[in-house]
Design a protein around this ligand. Structure first.
Ligand SMILES: C[S@@+](CC[C@H](N)C(=O)[O-])C[C@H]1O[C@@H](n2cnc3c(N)ncnc32)[C@H](O)[C@@H]1O
Length: 274
């Protein structure tokens, strides 16, 4: 087994949501402790892995949309363990000049991303905790990859629900918004928790409380507050499968509530003062 993606001194006493997510998506960068927890989540809510696939599909659509808008730099926060269809692969397939900086808290996500990006001069990864947004941004600037004076897309896909304290989450969004130049976009997808029954949702929240990162669900109205004052891209804040699906056959377009999440893209108007 290739073990180069496993950093030394990795804690294996608790399941890790980044590695559970990898398991849900069919990846191989996870351990027994993660697989057991992931299987328990599936036993509670069998649609759980499909929720993750719906999110990944949204991320792909979002990146393609943004590249079509002329965005050529991405800051992907809570980027995860690389899997099929990473942001730089999707974006650079259309515009090879696109630059992507990934950031994640998890050492395996960072180590594996670094190995994958070794030969890509326009993509890099940093280890950062978005709960410290100023430090995260400072590390991002130190990479000299992104130009914050120009339009940028900040991606927050399925990561804000790991920031359980509302005041910390609000401060992250405010700090990130404060550095977005006119013409920039913010992308958010967030668990809403309304797919499973209340009882099952509570069981899932409990399961993640025993992982390295607990989670919190938020109502779409909460996400609307984060994006207030920005220009919401049509169709606005919607259940994730309904954000510009590519076909009526896309996963859960017929049952969008089962994805148990919402998604949105919002832009800083081109003439706005930062
Ligand atoms: C569910 S995965 C989402 C990955 C990717 N953004 C996507 O949408 O496919 C969540 C990722 O957020 C990371 N994460 C959780 N809390 C974080 C934090 N405070 N700072 C940075 N990354 C964090 C986890 O390590 C994990 O890799």
């Amino acid at each position: 087994m290739d073990r180069t993606w496993i950093p030394e001194h990795i804690a294996l006493d608790k399941p890790n949501p980044a590695r559970m997510y990898d398991y849900f998506l069919g990846g191989a960068h996870n351990f027994e402790v993660d697989r057991r927890a992931a299987e328990r989540a599936i036993a509670i809510y069998p649609a759980f892995p499909l929720m993750m696939r719906v999110n990944r599909a949204f991320l792909r659509r979002a990146v393609r949309f943004l590249v079509a808008q002329g965005i050529d730099q991405f800051l992907d926060l809570g980027s995860g363990i690389p899997t099929v269809g990473n942001v730089h692969e999707i974006a650079q397939a259309t515009n090879p000049a696109v630059r992507v900086l990934y950031a994640d808290l998890d050492p395996i996500a960072v180590a594996h991303s670094a190995a994958l990006l070794r030969d890509n001069p326009r993509a890099a990864v940093i280890q950062a905790d978005i709960r410290q947004p100023e430090t995260t941004l400072q590390r991002a600037r130190e990479q000299d990859l992104l130009d914050f004076d120009r339009p940028i897309a900040i991606l927050l896909a399925f990561v804000m629900h790991f920031v359980t304290e509302d005041d910390v989450a609000d401060r992250i969004i405010a700090t990130l918004r404060s550095v977005m130049a006119p013409g920039s976009f913010m992308v958010v997808s967030q668990s809403t928790g309304d797919g499973p029954s209340q009882e099952k949702h509570t069981s899932l929240i409990r399961l993640y409380e025993n992982s390295t990162s607990p989670v919190v669900s938020r109502h779409p109205a909460y996400v609307a507050r984060w994006l207030a004052g920005l220009q919401l891209v049509e169709p606005g804040i919607v259940r994730t499968p309904l954000w510009r699906p590519e076909s009526p056959q896309d996963l859960y377009v017929d049952h969008p509530e089962r994805a148990s999440s919402c998604a949105a893209i919002a832009g800083v108007p081109a003439g706005a003062a930062v």
